[in-house]
Write a protein that binds this ligand. Structure first.
Ligand code: TRP
Length: 333
């Protein structure tokens, strides 16, 4: 329809740096699903970002397929959204280099993720770790994304993408759309089960700290039973009660209740009972997702076909912005 209001363009990405966690599923992928019908969406597997930390090649390759299969299993639909693998669209790294030249050393030095990651990988503080946010800015700006759904930990990177876009536009006119971060209200931050003051992370060396979407029902039950809570023994949210706050959040999402309903349902009940209920709700939520992922992983040809289709569509869109950038900056293509 010609009269249709222009739909918002949305782009997001997820790294295939391990098996997806419950946090990725709830905080990212599930929210993306809801955007598919109202926005023009692009979702990518950000495998180029992943090599900022050493990877085993065969594992990275496998995880890239698995991440893509996870997106499909979560309900992302290649008929509605553009789903692709970052490395299959070379425009990302081309634009990244150009944007490197419009990003300041000082800005990158202030990124909290860089500071955290360089503390954790003190023996491998490579330049990619430093310029990581510039590649992310390229991912976003290439597609003229209006909105970028991310977890709170990535907000600073989206803000840097805005700064880079504004700086470039200030010199060359309106080339880039200036993106907004889109932070989901629920599930934006699912915390670790063993150290609930920190985010649940798939790269955490302690496997009991996170639920992987591939965990068996037994694993899930065991991990919830061990989840760190506190000595108050009431299923009520409260300031500083990181453990129980997190479990209430997880249960509510998995069981489809509000946090208030969850508190009422478990009023007077102990942590033991509540933890088992959390495990059961999560097992049921993840079951169809896990089965679908396993099916897709057996069908590489099908996934390769979707990779190709996604990369073609994404490249076509990216090409418009990249050629404009090259023209403006005097780069011959
Ligand atoms: N850096 C993001 C993360 O680790 C993943 C990512 C890469 C991304 N490129 C992106 C997210 C572009 C949003 C937009 O979570």
């Amino acid at each position: 329809m010609e009269t249709e209001i222009k739909r918002k363009r949305v782009l997001s990405g997820i790294q295939p740096s391990g098996v997806f966690t419950l946090g990725n599923y709830i905080g990212a992928v599930r929210n993306w699903n809801e955007l598919q019908d109202s926005c023009d969406c692009l979702f990518m597997v950000a495998n180029m970002h992943t090599i900022t930390v050493r990877q085993t090649p065969a594992v990275l390759r496998e995880n890239t397929y698995r991440a893509f299969a996870n997106l499909l299993a979560a309900g992302l639909d290649p008929q509605k959204s553009v789903l692709f693998v970052q490395s299959q669209v070379p425009a990302h790294t081309e634009l990244c280099w150009i944007l490197d030249c419009y990003t300041m050393f000082g800005e990158l030095s202030r990124m909290t993720q860089f500071k955290d990651k360089s503390a954790k990988n003190a023996d491998n503080i490579n330049a990619g770790l430093f310029t990581y946010p510039v590649l992310m800015a390229a991912d976003i700006l290439l597609y003229g994304a209006d909105a970028v759904p991310v977890g709170v930990d990535q907000k600073q990177h989206v803000e840097l993408a805005r700064d880079i876009a504004n700086r470039f536009n200030g010199v060359y006119g309106n080339v880039f759309t200036v993106p907004e971060p889109l932070i989901a209200k629920t599930g934006a931050k699912i915390m670790s089960l063993s150290e609930p003051q920190y985010k649940m992370s798939k790269s955490d060396p302690n496997p009991n700290s996170f639920i992987a979407v591939s965990d068996t029902p037994d694993d899930i039950l065991r991990k919830f039973k061990r989840a760190v809570t506190d000595s108050e023994a009431t299923v009520k949210r409260g300031e500083g009660r990181h453990g129980i706050n997190n479990l209430i959040e997880i249960y509510s999402i998995a069981a489809g209740t509000t946090p208030e309903e969850t508190e009422n349902r478990f009023d007077g009940k102990g942590y033991g009972e509540f933890k088992v209920a959390c495990a059961e709700a999560v097992i049921e939520m993840l079951r169809p997702f896990r089965e679908k992922t396993d099916d897709l992983m057996k069908n590489r040809d099908y996934l390769d076909g979707l990779f190709r289709q996604g990369a073609e569509t994404a490249s076509r869109i990216a090409e418009r912005v990249l050629s404009k950038v090259c023209k403006k900056t005097g780069i011959i293509r």
